[in-house]
Design a protein around this ligand. Sequence first.
Ligand SMILES: [Zn+2]
Ligand SMILES: [Zn+2]
Length: 99
Amino acid sequence: MCGCNNICNKYKAVIDRILMAQGMGAYLQGFKRCRICNIFLTDEGIELNKHGNTLCKCCSNRVSAKPRRKDSKERAEKHKKLEDIKRTEEELLRGIING
Ligand SMILES: [Zn+2]
Ligand SMILES: [Zn+2]
């Protein structure tokens, strides 16, 4: 683990503020955030190691591709619940149709 070497300045992502305002945050625009460098990086500023982890080219620390794991997990669970409800409704309907 090492700190920022200022290489990341070359790979600084330019976040589209119009997209941002439409709810397309930096992560959705495909940028990765390096917490060590405190910067959003373009694809050129990151590299994949043999384990499939995304690393910052500048400081070699792992970068995050998602805002917060907890948030997306919660959203996925909510989505799953909705799917379950939909499925139950479909089954009920089918039951009614089939008598
Ligand atoms: Zn850096
Ligand atoms: Zn970094």
